[in-house]
Design a protein around this ligand. Sequence first.
Ligand code: VAH
Length: 304
Amino acid sequence: AQMLRKQYGTDNVILSDIKKPSPDVYKSGPFVYADVLDYKLLRELIVNNRITWLVHYSALLSAVGEANVALARKINITGLHNVLDLALENCLRLFVPSTIGAFGPSSPRDPAPDLCVQRPRTIYGVSKVHGELMGEYLHHKYGLDFRCLRYPGVISVNTTPGGGTTDYAVQIFHDALSTGHHECYLRPETRLPMMHIADCHRATVEFMQAPECQLTLRTYNIAAMSFTPEEVAQEIRKHLPHLKVTYNPDVVRQSIADSWPVRFDDSNARRDWGWTPVFGLEELVTDMLNSIQSRRAKEGLPAS
Ligand code: VAH
């Protein structure tokens, strides 16, 4: 929201969520409570605030979705259809994120191209492929301005890990600075595409601003880096040499990770609308450690 508010004015960008945000969210600009399953409430918000773009992030992620398939289906599919219908009715530009999780074991994995077989093995992945297909169908049939990016694992200090398979890549930084020990639920050599949150936000805004005539696809892969738990641990040890990682693979999340792409081919995004990442592994590790350290200092916690 910050990036959009800088460009379009604070009061022109409304954040919404189903849970009460922290006090600083209220301070940073307009916030409204919204439940993606409450069609009437969403319609009122869109009409009363003359909304023109909608960025739809509500979804249960991969691992938490496997633990609650019925809820994941409701939020990720029924919630999506509410948003698609409202976008059509109100001629909105609609952004819906997809994910590396939209691919499965029969997809090409290294790299995974934009267009290939997609038979994901999680309700999260199935719902995201459904979103890609529904959005593209409504675009071609009714002209819906549907735009979708397949995100890698997104690494940010601003949110606590949300039940995804890539959560370890956030938790390891917090553990490195607090206990010096991280227990990893993936095997050391499990390679997954990852991206710093700043690149993810910038890609989304730049993609939303791309002229329609430049887009040859409605859904694009975007990539920045791919790393394994051992590689990110080694990079962290350049700053904190004593980091200890023990590997205790979790069957569910290891099998999900093993069904996902190892790397993304994002050449179409780079060609069509100029996508290019800024954060590689070195920059990611430096930024994450600095961000967490300054947070801990504010909370009066020891540096590490
Ligand atoms: C997950 N972080 O792990 C999410 C994401 C690319 C993975 O979709 O489920």
